[in-house]
Design a protein around this ligand. Structure first.
Ligand code: GLU
Length: 435
């Protein structure tokens, strides 16, 4: 295999200000969003009730022989929230803060996301409670392979298709593809997306989430009448989503004035030199000590002056504790669930427009869908085609959500829920109930 894991795994991006108890429980947060939207749009009660429960929850123990010869058992999950509109789809994350409620919420948001952009998928998510920063490449590979074997009873190209998420990358996807293929006896590229190109991955997949974030922001600028080239952007998180989104904004002439990773934040009102920062990152664990920009404490980062704030780290980083101090006019959610419901209400009151996660970061799963279609047909498309189709889907979904929010006089999160729930409600009703 000629793809390489980076010498160190992607930095683990932690929430800045973890909200307490209820505000920090993503499943409770997600169910509140569902209830509010379901009630407002008078969703069929049986569809609403079904969406309040995950279809399948699998908890697995993952024994791994560590490099020192000891055996450590990790806890992992694969959750299929809903499959009414097609096979389940969603990433796998490796992080110490993974929990059952977090994976449940993330699987629910995948159901919503796929419905909002109208992909023929339901929602799923997986995760392992572990700290990949403290594990060797060999340990990560053995953990991934055993986890894949454990969840192989429910995944498959027609059933449930994993993908990358926080701290998992294309090499991890290659191990999943290989392990699954070995157990069934033939190569099965369609079992996972976000793979290396050499084994059935798609051009443009790596940049897709960041690209989608850019497309929705550009549409928002057109609708709201602001000039994107004169706007300033702050990006929280420098993983796959944050770094690609920041680069794509700069490519299109928008100034990125702030970026951060788990170690700290950087600020330069004249615009950061992302290329230089990427070079710096190659030899340093964090960008925090990069010498040619102002250093910003992690708990002050979201409050930087800017027009557009892109949280692209973890859930619950915008909370009732900091929402009032956010200066951006627009928040584009690159991460899943970065804004708590309490914070959402504060932003709304302050006139901040939030483009919700289930629309803003849907570019990733959209190109995952393209990858899966290409794998199933064994026929591959050009990057130009992929980006054009991605743009068409994201712009179409943005338009639907924006218009729904205007028509119903609700914010865009509610608008997106209404668009997605309408499709999910119809699917549930048309299929009816078994038995
Ligand atoms: N983990 C990504 C997300 O949250 C991608 C999922 C996928 O491609 O299936 O949307």
């Amino acid at each position: 295999m000629d793809t390489k894991l980076p010498s160190k795994p992607n930095p683990v991006v932690k929430p800045l200000e973890r909200a307490e108890a209820h505000e920090a429980n993503p499943w409770q947060q997600a169910m509140e969003q569902l209830d509010r939207a379901g009630k407002a749009m008078k969703l069929e009660p049986f569809a609403l009730e079904r969406l309040r429960h995950c279809k399948r929850i699998l908890t697995v123990s993952v024994p791994v022989k560590m490099d020192d010869g000891t055996v450590k058992v990790f806890e992992g999950y694969r959750i299929q929230h809903n499959m009414d509109r097609g096979p389940a789809k969603g990433g796998i994350r490796y992080h110490p803060s993974v929990s059952l409620d977090e994976v449940k919420a993330l699987s629910f948001w995948m159901t919503m996301k796929c419905a909002v952009v109208n992909l023929p998928y339901g929602g799923a998510k997986g995760g392992i409670i572990c700290d990949p920063k403290k594990m060797s490449r060999g340990e990560l590979e053995r953990m991934t392979r055993r986890y894949t074997a454990e969840i192989s009873i429910i995944i498959g190209p027609d059933k449930d298709i994993p993908a990358p998420d926080v701290n998992t990358n294309e090499e991890v996807m290659a191990w999943i593809m290989d392990t699954y293929s070995m157990t069934i006896g033939y190569s099965c590229p369609g079992v996972v997306t976000g793979k290396p190109i050499e084994i059935g991955g798609s051009l443009g997949r790596k940049e897709a989430t960041g690209r989608g974030v850019f497309y929705v922001t550009r549409e928002l600028a057109t609708r709201e009448g602001f000039d994107l080239r004169k706007a300033t952007v702050v990006v929280q998180g420098f993983g796959n989503v944050g770094s690609n989104a920041a680069n794509i904004f700069v490519e299109h002439g928008t100034k990125v004035v702030g970026i951060s990773d788990v170690g700290g934040g950087l600020y330069d009102p004249k615009g950061l030199d992302l290329h230089d920062i990427m070079e710096y990152r190659k030899t340093h664990d964090s960008i925090a000590d990069y010498p040619k920009a102002e250093h910003i404490a992690i708990d002050k980062f979201l409050e930087l002056p800017c027009d557009i704030l892109i949280p692209a780290a973890m859930e619950s980083t915008i909370t009732k504790a900091n929402a009032d101090r956010i200066k951006a006019k627009y928040v584009i959610e690159g991460a899943n669930g970065p804004t708590t419901n309490e914070a959402d209400a504060i932003l709304h009151k302050n006139g901040v427009i939030v483009v919700p996660d289930i629309l803003a970061n849907a570019g990733g799963v959209t190109v995952s869908y393209f990858e899966w279609v290409q794998d199933m047909q064994a026929y591959f498309w050009s990057e130009k085609d992929i980006n054009a189709r991605l743009q068409e889907i994201i712009v179409g979904a943005f338009t639907e959500v924006y218009e729904m929010s205007k028509k119903e006089k609700v914010d865009m999160r509610m608008g997106a829920f209404m668009v997605g729930l309408r499709r999910l409600g119809k699917a549930a009703t048309i299929r009816g109930m078994y038995p």
